[in-house]
Write a protein that binds this ligand. Structure first.
Ligand SMILES: C[S@@+](CC[C@H](N)C(=O)[O-])C[C@H]1O[C@@H](n2cnc3c(N)ncnc32)[C@H](O)[C@@H]1O
Length: 254
């Protein structure tokens, strides 16, 4: 496994849930997750989901999508590398969901197991590009032939148009805040964030990054990983435009 580009454990832990678990109010520009009013309904339609289908949610976080799909009758497995998030998901969960602590770079022995894979809210693009491509191949490996995938990412065109060098990403009534400084690296296509977490009067900083993708590039990556019929949609399920905040890429395993 390749070296991490940032400390995911420092990012995806209790402070993150403190600000985002109930949905923080956007400051300027939509926050991750706030653009979809009915994300599960969107995935349901785009992936042709049916009750009884087996679904793997890669990078399931604290289980919002996993719970919604399980409530609609799917057999859901959620995989995430954050024990803190999975613990929260298990406590929140009424539905029968199989949560697995794991790394998307090396999925378990699940070859051909799932009807559908979901990867939601920018849970892709955390590694160097060879590894990011390998993650796509892992997602392909665990899908049965003809299985389908939906991946939700920032829409690069809109993202760049609304780029700011810094922002207050979340501000709670009690004064707790997330303040982010941004850096775009055109040579790597990475968006790097230096985040200051202000909580209960204490501050700490952390760094995280994500790879930004234009649709044609990611379509080609999906093709290399064995997928076909690659489509791009916005948060409303319509064909992707420059005005959409989110880019949902769907594809079928060949
Ligand atoms: C932006 S969050 C999205 C979470 C969830 N999909 C949602 O919609 O709320 C990204 C998720 O990816 C997970 N993640 C980061 N690196 C990972 C890895 N190497 N393997 C598995 N999950 C990882 C994080 O723990 C986090 O839950």
């Amino acid at each position: 496994m390749t070296a991490d580009l940032f400390d995911a454990a420092a990012m995806y832990e209790d402070d993150y849930l403190h600000f985002f678990a109930k949905g923080a109010a956007p400051t300027h520009g939509p926050l991750v997750g706030t653009a979809h009013s009915d994300a599960a309904g969107l995935v349901w339609g785009l992936l042709g989901l049916e009750p009884g289908m087996s679904v793997l949610d890669v990078g399931c976080g604290h289980g919002v999508m996993a719970r919604a799909l399980a409530a609609r009758g799917c057999r859901v497995t959620g995989l995430d590398s954050s024990a803190v998030f999975l613990d929260r998901a298990g406590r929140d969960g009424a539905a029968d969901i199989d949560y697995v602590l794991g790394d998307m770079r090396a999925l378990p022995d699940w070859t051909d197991r799932f009807d559908r894979v979901v990867n939601w809210n920018t849970a892709f693009g955390y590694f160097d590009d060879d590894t990011n491509r390998a993650v796509l191949r892992e997602m392909a490996r665990v899908l049965r032939p003809g299985g389908r995938i939906a991946m939700d990412l920032d829409n690069l065109v809109k993202f760049l148009a609304s780029y700011t060098p810094s922002r207050v990403t979340a501000a709670l009534d009690n004064g707790d805040m997330l303040v982010d400084r941004h850096h775009l690296d055109p040579l790597t296509g990475r968006f790097e964030v230096e985040r200051t977490v202000i909580r209960d009067g204490r501050t700490r900083t952390l760094v995280f990054l994500k790879r930004l993708f234009g649709f044609p590039e990611l379509r080609d990556w999906f093709g290399e990983a064995g997928f076909g019929a690659v489509g791009g949609f916005g948060e409303d399920g319509k064909g992707l435009t420059a005005e959409h905040h989110r880019m949902v890429v769907t594809a079928a395993l060949q």
